[in-house]
Design a protein around this ligand. Structure first.
Ligand SMILES: Cc1cc2nc3c(=O)[nH]c(=O)nc-3n(C[C@H](O)[C@H](O)[C@H](O)COP(=O)(O)OP(=O)(O)OC[C@H]3O[C@@H](n4cnc5c(N)ncnc54)[C@H](O)[C@@H]3O)c2cc1C
Length: 392
């Protein structure tokens, strides 16, 4: 049996759902999203969901700024809440980090982002429980926070449906149908062919094989990242801000009133894995390491107890930036993957950008070239100024 759509999106995470909504809102034609399991069942559901504007690359800072605006006004636009919670972000600055952070802050202030450097005394006043001996101060972004990635995806999918898009769950794409120099559709696992002139591969690490089977190689690998959830000791006090600790490569995110999520910023701690077969739980060593680093920075967390843990996947590209746009040489084939562990916070801007590209509209203030899938061959990569690629 054959079916048809104007635009097919493969993957129902935060990326695919946002793209479906933005295309449907722009009246781009009949939009169909195909998800092999359930919405947000991929890496979106594993996300720490930190929403910050701190990027050293101006285009990304701008996209994060626009996305944060959407998260703050989500229910007004989408009719449902994404659970945004403002907590602030503190990036501890050692002497060797200070200049890079200052440069980024200056760029942010030009963009109108509320970001500032604070000295050690001010840091101590803001967060007296934090060990600051090795720091000269911090970069402080008060507007940062986190939201609920599953609720975000559901809200985008719901709004897309209201605008006429079809969202089909439990529908796995087994291959892309490419004939000559253009895409013709996709083949589903049950043998159904779906005909279309435009396919958007928004299937994260699983998209690598889908593309490879169609003869397209992307410089993206699948890496495993563990997170743990700690119950704070009773006397810990008020909830802390999000913390990026460049010294130990640790990040901390508050959860609710008395929990702390801990993970690593350091890619050298992550192994490349087969996305279909990997250990989805933290190892004992990871649990100990993250808990120990947390207590080193926050001695008041020394008696924290482990509540939960999981390990998710990053779709890491060679320059840590996503691949968003058409594939030269295969008309109608687009991709939106390679988000390298920082794609959730950008999903509102990604949906906007994909709709602009497909509809031939301009993207003011956005340097699209740094996302071009063929930039690696063209040498147009944008490099973060930080040692941890994920900061961007
Ligand atoms: C541990 C962890 C922490 C993170 N922390 C943050 C953070 O703090 N801030 C941030 O901004 N980002 C963070 N990220 C990254 C962020 O979560 C991702 O970049 C983002 O959610 C990616 O969304 P996606 O829709 O592209 O991918 P996914 O959510 O993985 O969606 C892809 C979907 O495609 C489907 N699919 C795959 N193959 C097929 C097929 N053949 N047919 C049909 N469907 C298919 C999958 O089932 C999946 O649902 C984190 C990620 C992890 C793993």
């Amino acid at each position: 049996m054959a079916m048809a759509a104007d635009i097919l999106i493969v993957g129902g995470g935060s990326t695919g759902a946002s793209i479906a909504y933005h295309l449907a809102a722009a009246r781009a034609g009949q939009i169909t999203l195909l998800e092999r399991a359930t919405l947000a069942s991929g890496t979106t559901g594993q996300s720490s969901a930190i929403i910050r504007q701190h990027y050293s690359i101006p285009t990304l800072a701008r996209m994060a700024q626009r996305s944060l605006h959407t998260f703050r006004h989500f229910a007004e636009e989408l009719g449902r809440d994404a659970g945004f919670r403002q907590t602030g972000l503190l990036i501890g600055a050692r002497a060797e980090d200070a200049e890079g952070l200052r440069t980024t802050v200056a760029m942010h202030r030009e963009l109108g982002i509320d970001s500032r450097m604070i000295d050690r005394d001010a840091l101590h006043e803001l967060e007296p429980r934090m060990v600051t001996d090795d720091l000269v101060g911090a970069c402080y972004e008060p507007e940062a926070g986190y939201a609920d990635p599953v609720a975000t995806t559901m809200a985008y999918a719901h709004a897309a449906r209201q605008l006429g898009a079809q969202i089909r769950q439990h529908t796995r794409v087994s291959s892309l149908l490419v004939e000559g120099d253009r895409v013709r559709g996709v083949l589903l696992e049950d043998g159904t062919q779906v005909e279309t002139r435009t396919v958007i591969v928004a299937s994260n690490v699983w998209g690598i094989k889908l593309l490879a089977d169609a003869g397209i190689s992307v410089p993206v690998r699948s890496t495993r990242h563990a997170c743990i959830l700690l119950q704070q000791p009773r006397d810990f006090g008020q909830q802390h801000a999000i913390i990026f600790d460049f010294a130990s490569g640790l990040y901390l995110r508050p959860e609710g009133e008395n929990l702390t999520m801990a993970g690593t910023l350091d890619e050298s701690e992550a192994e490349t894995v087969d996305p279909e077969h990997y250990n989805a739980l933290p190892t004992h060593d990871e649990e100990e390491r993250f808990a120990m680093r947390t207590a080193e920075r926050f001695p008041a967390m020394g008696d924290a107890t482990l509540q939960a843990g999981w390990a998710g996947l990053y779709d890491v590209s060679d320059d840590w930036q996503p691949l968003i746009g058409p594939f030269p040489g295969v008309e109608g084939l687009f991709c939106a993957l390679g988000f390298s562990g920082h794609g959730y916070k950008l999903c509102p801007a990604i949906g906007t950008l994909v709709a602009e590209i497909l509809l031939g509209r301009a993207s003011p203030g956005i340097d699209r070239a740094i996302f071009s899938p063929d930039r690696f061959a063209m040498g147009a990569q944008a490099q973060s100024t930080y040692a941890f690629g994920i900061i961007g």
